[in-house]
Design a protein around this ligand. Structure first.
Ligand code: RIB
Length: 330
């Protein structure tokens, strides 16, 4: 396969002249330009996209890091990131960390070696000041996390969403409410715990407790079995995501506890399964796909040097009432 040196030799010009023609950067006289184009055709030379990118540093590639590609919320976000990227001439390298903090940081390093132009980092738990040190100035946007040190981010008002979920359980008559939380170092889980506590503390005669979950099915199931095996079983459970809420349904079935008659249940995310499982799960909707598209849109505007797009976007949560709290819903 012909190389850039073969083209330079045949066209009787320097390699840097050929490179300027390939990358359309810098001045090349017409005679030399025509000779290079002729030589490229003669040799059927295909410029190496990565090599071209090394020169122009424009590989038109974005890195996308998600914590759990098997969770439909994150796959929705990933679809949104990719659809917006492709619509703007970018490709995406997807990395799944399986909630592993070291792997998240490894991917931030690895993607820089792949010459991505920027990174969309979803559901990250790496402290932001550590991220800044890892990035070496590479453009990044946080998704599903409100930035404090970094400038770009898209997220849902998680404290407001958790408040909505808990207030709904109280309005449905619950007085002993348990919250199965996400990982302690997850910013979205921390915000949801805060929203849960605020709703509980506002209401006289309502008691709240927090059980540790991890946003995963097994963690949610274990927490639910403990809650439903206690002497004082809660009459309401708010699970920090739908994957754990589905685990609560299975745990209640195992314990012979009826939802919503004995225990009312609310989840978070509105993944498709939350509607298909029986009873269908009342949940707080996160617009994962729209969040992903917006993350890509903001990052690409930065890469293209445009300032016509706001660097941050907060999405409003929406409560979707279903049978796990009210059997009389359609
Ligand atoms: O389902 C996974 C959860 O982790 C989602 O609620 C998302 O917000 C992330 O934080």
């Amino acid at each position: 396969m012909a190389t850039i040196k073969d083209v330079a030799r045949l066209a009787n010009v320097s390699v840097s002249t050929v490179s300027r023609v390939i990358n359309q950067s810098g001045y090349v006289g017409k005679e030399f330009y025509d000779r290079v184009v002729w030589a490229m055709k003669e040799l059927n030379y295909q410029p190496n996209a990565i090599a071209r990118g090394l020169v122009s540093r424009k590989t038109a590639t974005i890195g996308l890091i998600v914590p759990d590609v098997a969770n439909p919320f994150f796959s929705d976000v990933a679809r949104g990131v990719e659809d917006e990227a492709i619509a703007n001439g970018y490709t995406v390298i997807l990395c799944n960390t399986d909630w592993n903090l070291q792997r998240e940081q490894m991917y931030v390093n690895l993607l820089q070696g792949k010459w991505v132009e920027g990174i969309v980092l979803v559901g990250s738990r790496t402290p932001e000041h550590e991220l800044v040190g890892l990035l070496n100035g590479l453009p990044i946007i946080l998704a599903d996390r409100k930035p404090t040190h970094l400038k770009s981010g898209v997220w849902t008002d998680n404290e407001g969403g958790a408040y909505l979920a808990t207030k709904h359980l109280i309005e449905m008559g619950c007085r002993k409410i348990a919250h199965i939380s996400g990982p302690e170092d997850s910013p979205s889980a921390t915000a949801r715990r805060a929203g849960f506590r605020q709703a509980i503390e506002e209401q006289v005669g309502v008691y709240g407790t927090v059980a540790q979950g991890d946003f995963r099915y097994d963690g949610g199931y274990e927490a639910a079995i403990q809650l439903l095996s206690a002497e004082d079983v809660p009459d309401g459970i708010f699970a920090a995501n739908d994957v754990m809420a589905i685990a609560v349904v299975q745990a209640a079935n195992r314990k012979g506890i009826r939802i919503p008659e004995d225990v009312k249940l609310v989840g978070y995310d509105n993944i498709p399964m939350s509607e298909y499982v029986y009873p269908s799960i009342t949940t707080v909707e996160q617009r994962g796909y729209d969040m992903g598209r917006m993350a890509s849109k903001i990052l690409i505007a930065q890469l293209d040097g445009r300032d016509d797009v706001s660097l941050t976007k907060e999405f409003e949560p929406t409560l979707l009432v279903r049978h796990s709290t009210r059997l009389d819903t359609p």
